[in-house]
Design a protein around this ligand. Sequence first.
Ligand SMILES: *[C@@H]1O[C@H](CO)[C@@H](O)[C@H](O)[C@H]1NC(C)=O
Ligand SMILES: *[C@@H]1O[C@H](CO)[C@@H](O)[C@H](O)[C@H]1NC(C)=O
Ligand SMILES: *[C@@H]1O[C@H](CO)[C@@H](O)[C@H](O)[C@H]1NC(C)=O
Ligand SMILES: *[C@@H]1O[C@H](CO)[C@@H](O)[C@H](O)[C@H]1NC(C)=O
Ligand SMILES: *[C@@H]1O[C@H](CO)[C@@H](O)[C@H](O)[C@H]1NC(C)=O
Length: 552
Amino acid sequence: MPIMACLQSCTWDKLGDKKDFVLASVEMGRWAFGVLILLWVLFPLANSSVDGLDKVRGVNLGGWLVVEGWIKPSLFDGIPNGDMLDGTQVQFKSVTLQKYVSAEGGGGMNVTVDRDVASTWETFRLWRVSDREFQFRCFGGQFLTSSEGDLISATASSPALNETFYVERNDTRVHIKLLGGNYVQATMNNQLTANYQGLPGWDDNAATFEMTIAANNLHGDYQLANGYGHDKAKEVLMKHQRSFITAGDFAFLSRHGINTVRIPVGWWIAQDPYPPAPFVGGSLESLDRAFSWAQFYNLKCIIDLHAAPGSQNGMEHSASRDGSVDWPSPDHISQTLDVIDFLSARYVNHPALLGIELLNEPSAAAVPLDVLVSYYMRGYQIVRNYSSEAYVIICQRIGNADPMELYQANIGDSNIVVDLHYYNLFDPYFDDMNAMENIQFIYESRVPQLQSLDSANGPLVYIGEWVNEWDVTNASQLQYQMYGRAQLQAYDAASFGWSYWTLKNDRMHWDFEWNIKHKYLLLGSSSMKTPNNFVWLTVTCGVLLCALSGMT
Ligand SMILES: *[C@@H]1O[C@H](CO)[C@@H](O)[C@H](O)[C@H]1NC(C)=O
Ligand SMILES: *[C@@H]1O[C@H](CO)[C@@H](O)[C@H](O)[C@H]1NC(C)=O
Ligand SMILES: *[C@@H]1O[C@H](CO)[C@@H](O)[C@H](O)[C@H]1NC(C)=O
Ligand SMILES: *[C@@H]1O[C@H](CO)[C@@H](O)[C@H](O)[C@H]1NC(C)=O
Ligand SMILES: *[C@@H]1O[C@H](CO)[C@@H](O)[C@H](O)[C@H]1NC(C)=O
């Protein structure tokens, strides 16, 4: 009885009315709760098809051909001075003046040593030349230079020898000297000059600075390759590419009903085996292997251009050197189109190819919509030039952008897909949500968005990234199962399908294989078909919310 009452009260219209659920759950005995959970967890998932194909039930091969340090931190373990990689943000405080070094106006002018507090003008991004030699990039993009005599200024637009400094470290203290040998000091009138007399000790003197590492969050291909240097980087990456993902993983995926892998690649793959420094070759051969494994285990591949020249989002997974976003320039865009041409020519007739994703996660703040749409249109044409079948996948901008913007853009006529990434993470909005609120968010926010896009009579919808992780601390296995099930229910309704981020990860809750083996994510069967995903969602959502309120 209470089960029926609950199911009936939980219609779609009433989702917002929590009182009903609470009342219903109070009536529920423990047995009823148990049965509900069992029913809900055991129910197979709905699955329907796109153009006669099964929908995509995919997994991303993240951190494989495009490095992401947080996925496998040990890749960076052997880099000398490994906390001073490209893009690391540092601040310097004179130990004699007790003031921070500052690029006036963020760059383009003098450098002073006169700030009590370090903020953007006082923060410099490293460009690493060797493990002891660095260039310092200001907030405005200029580099510190010694080209104006003794005075250090923040006026160089590109770095060369006069912009390269040798850094000696002793714990948190540093000396900075020119390649010519002169040490940099903070003068009594608050300037930064390269004329310290003699060899400074580590006591409180004008050439000694306290270095603070303000941010050290870039661990991508650029940092790895430039940090190790070419030969060692090649060795580390070869080993990684051969061991991180293997044929055995494809067998595992196929056993668990996964039908697609989304494979992030970097732009340098098009110049394999000799890409421009510091990038190293090898990813093309690995991608070839992935296609063979996919064919053998009857999986499809989506090639995802995750890292574009210049970086489209400033993050490590777009191989940004220092956090800047330089992709939206005609040169970079034309180079990117060449990469799409290369990938299309090579893979479009491979039986395992499902589609090509033109660009992952362009930044809404740094990539104007018109620039992106024009790129997508040209990319679509290139893929279509080789194939009328291959799906062309375009990714929504990340940050403040409505995916509807791509539905209205008219990018291509056929087999076009918009990729949305759904994480209940990376936004303070989710910080204080408990398990139930997270699940409610899936049904009350994600599902309606999916419904409106699915019915927009435009491109297909693809949840190309999602994960069974959230900001809830110490959640139980059952709570994870419910959250995972809610997401699967919701994303199964996407017209193209979904792919989990990611196959392997040092953080277990992000690791697909860990989730499956430890039963934190219950995939269910993919064989059952339902006529209407959203009716199905309504019912299971009701069961779920009842069960959750019963738990608290
Ligand atoms: C900045 O440089 C100009 C010209 O070299 C100089 O006149 C001025 O005093 C400098 N300002 C500081 C704060 O050092
Ligand atoms: C490098 O700096 C010196 C002075 O410190 C200057 O004479 C020289 O022209 C600079 N070189 C370049 C390429 O700017
Ligand atoms: C680091 O500084 C301390 C004094 O603060 C000194 O005793 C030590 O020898 C220094 N280490 C190196 C490697 O220079
Ligand atoms: C399509 O292919 C033709 C013939 O190879 C070529 O001339 C044209 O530039 C290509 N179009 C695009 C958008 O690549
Ligand atoms: C989570 O669990 C750990 C280990 O049991 C415990 O130390 C920690 O306090 C818990 N955190 C919260 C927020 O409950």
